[in-house]
Design a protein around this ligand. Structure first.
Ligand SMILES: [Zn+2]
Length: 233
């Protein structure tokens, strides 16, 4: 059982890592997917390039994908439903996958889930039945990693503003992010990350205008170099 602790929702923090030392640096159009293993000690930065763009993400222990991210374990451990700097992403077994080490947005959603054909039709009407969704993106990404629909469970919605109302309901609201805001996670163990740059058009999670994101990935060597004093010439 993990210790309870208080997340500081005002805990904005910058990263000192430079993209020049990254092993991957890509721009992902809305509706596209990305996946990779972030090696232990490495980092992943997700940049909200134009602002107010929802980014859906799934996380797995790369060595055993049934040991996957659990919003239940994560929320109980931190005693807070929103994520920011210092939040630890825990698995169904209580293992730590990644830690948010930098965040210039300040709040990310754990509760809203990923958009899907089924929920779109229920919430917004049958005319949305054939719209592209994060669930479609995740199904395609899962297949690349020998996973199926059974492996798609809790996801995080980065930059998405989903307040929980006093009545205990979820409310999709206009985003609090802005152009260039980012969140950065450091892997505690080798972590398989699946990302869908959300194409949702029916609620304000993307400001009704899905836009690109930038994904930057570093290996441990670049992160370790941050902590190593530069040699004296
Ligand atoms: Zn979506």
């Amino acid at each position: 059982m993990s210790a309870r602790w208080e997340a500081d929702v005002d805990a904005l923090a910058q990263s000192a890592l430079e993209p020049a030392s990254a092993v991957e640096d890509v721009v992902l159009p809305p509706g596209d997917g990305w996946s990779a293993v972030v090696a232990a000690g490495g980092r992943l930065r997700i940049v909200d390039v134009d602002g107010k763009q929802g980014v859906d993400a799934l996380f797995y222990d790369a060595d055993e994908v049934t040991n996957r991210y659990s919003n239940t374990e994560t929320v109980i451990a931190q005693g807070e439903t929103y994520l920011t700097t210092g939040s630890r992403l825990l698995t169904v077994n209580g293992d730590e996958l990644m830690v948010i080490v930098a965040d210039t947005c300040g709040r990310h959603d754990t509760m809203g889930g990923a958009c899907a054909q089924e929920t779109n039709v229920v919430r917004y009407g049958t005319h949305t039945r054939h719209e592209h969704t994060c669930r479609n993106v995740f199904l395609a990404l899962a297949a690349k990693h020998d996973m199926t629909v059974r492996d798609l469970t809790h996801n995080i919605n980065f930059f998405t503003n989903v307040p929980i109302t006093p009545e205990g309901k979820l409310s999709f609201e206009e985003g609090i992010s802005a152009p260039g805001k980012y969140v950065e996670l450091q892997a505690t163990r080798d972590t398989l990350v699946l990302i869908s740059n959300c194409p949702q058009l029916n609620n304000p999670c993307n400001d009704f205008n899905p836009t690109p994101i930038r994904i930057v990935r570093w290996d441990r060597a670049a992160v370790d170099a941050l902590d190593t004093p530069a040699p004296v010439a």
